[in-house]
Design a protein around this ligand. Sequence first.
Ligand SMILES: NC(=O)c1ccc[n+]([C@@H]2O[C@H](COP(=O)([O-])OP(=O)(O)OC[C@H]3O[C@@H](n4cnc5c(N)ncnc54)[C@H](O)[C@@H]3O)[C@@H](O)[C@H]2O)c1
Length: 360
Amino acid sequence: MGVFASTDDPVSTGHEQVVFCQDKQSGLKAIIGIYSTALGPALGGTRFYPYASEDDALADVLDLSRGMAYKNALAGLDLGGGKAVIWGDPEQIKSEALLRAYGRFVESLGGRYYTACDVGTYVADMDVVARETRYVTGRSVEHGGAGDSSILTAWGVFQGMRAASEHVWGTPSLRGRRVGVAGLGKVGKYLTGHLLEDGAEVVATDVNPKALAWVRSNHPQVSLVDDASALVAADIDVYAPCALGGALNDDTVPALRAKVVTGAANNQLAHPGIEKLLADRGILYTPDYVVNAGGVIQVADEIEGFNFDRAKLRATRIYDTTREILSLADAEGVPPAVAADRLAERRMAEVGRLRAIHLR
Ligand SMILES: NC(=O)c1ccc[n+]([C@@H]2O[C@H](COP(=O)([O-])OP(=O)(O)OC[C@H]3O[C@@H](n4cnc5c(N)ncnc54)[C@H](O)[C@@H]3O)[C@@H](O)[C@H]2O)c1
């Protein structure tokens, strides 16, 4: 099946379309994965990463594009799920020619796939890609883009946390709760602001001295702890992983004192089965891809012509979606992560099916 080298067969994953793209002169080797267009054109970012092998690049794009279908479905978007990877070290090979060659391949799909930024690609890169294709979001503000997506990501995480708080303590307000924020980056900083405004007490950590200096001067009331393990073991009500993936694992879950976990980080569950471990300990986990959808909601809005207020309204609905998932989880006796998957699959099936009604 491989085009650049030998690889596994992706057919069994159920993807609609997987496209291998190559431009030898610029060094472009990309794979675009479209998992589903049941709800509309597939939307998902382009990851530019020096994978060890083509198999690794393919496995990543298959996994990420499937994840986007679920995320976009629960975000209430009329968009399916896709993702792309460019195989190579962006520091070494990223160039105007390579990005524009990539843009031409995106254009060749005729709107079945919209791209955006991801690890290794930035707003400025999307402006270059856009010189060759209409099917690109995540552009700079000067080009009608949505700008920094972490603003609505943080807002959406806050809404998910309010829904979890209501479920556990009977009130969406975080007033008086101790919230542990791991990672004071783009999202963690905005989230800290929302929490403080709502009356929560924030305990935080980061590995970057600049992030710590920022919080010390902007929010001196935030208490800081040495590292994420100290935060996990701290007397907190809510844990908000806002750094890297795998925050919830066999070491952290048994040590966690919080009753709720709601954070921005992608892929918080280190492996399948962790959601059950959390449920067994009575910890309410709001699935990461549900609560961190504010960013994709923000960039998706560009397709209509970006309007911040409209996008914010959509991101605010993450509160309702999280409530629905938590109720479904209770009703069906499953962890919220399972309930979220079921709800996403239901929307893809029920709304996607409507295309069978012939119009002309
Ligand atoms: N920015 C978005 O719109 C968006 C959207 C969806 C999901 N996410 C996810 O949310 C997370 C945060 O995104 P971001 O944009 O704020 O990234 P970022 O790089 O701006 O911030 C991450 C922060 O975490 C810190 N960090 C790294 N390792 C740490 C550790 N071991 N302990 C404590 N702190 C650590 C970093 O120093 C940095 O300050 C990522 O997992 C990202 O994939 C972001």
